[in-house]
Design a protein around this ligand. Sequence first.
Ligand SMILES: [Zn+2]
Length: 108
Amino acid sequence: MKPEHTPTAIKAPHGATTTEITWGDGVRCSYPNALLRGYCPCALCQGHGGTIAFVPGGNSQLRELEPVGHYALKLVWGDGHNTGLYTFEYLRALAEKSEVATHAAEAR
Ligand SMILES: [Zn+2]
């Protein structure tokens, strides 16, 4: 597993509208929960085949965040939707979106 695909800290306080992930390479990303919901990678949201697209309108209240093995997070939303499996690689790629605030690694 590459450091940039390995979270060292995940902060998703209850009631917050963003989820913050710090990666093994020191980069810190703040993901708006609405963005995470819109980019839910599950087949229910994205359909089969084609590219991943933003799907608006979903409940973006993050209820739970469960680690799946050492490679992904399962996000549970306020409406009970829980079929999205967000791999760390996918989450890191989402950081390229302009809505995600990215903080470069601090110099040591
Ligand atoms: Zn979904």
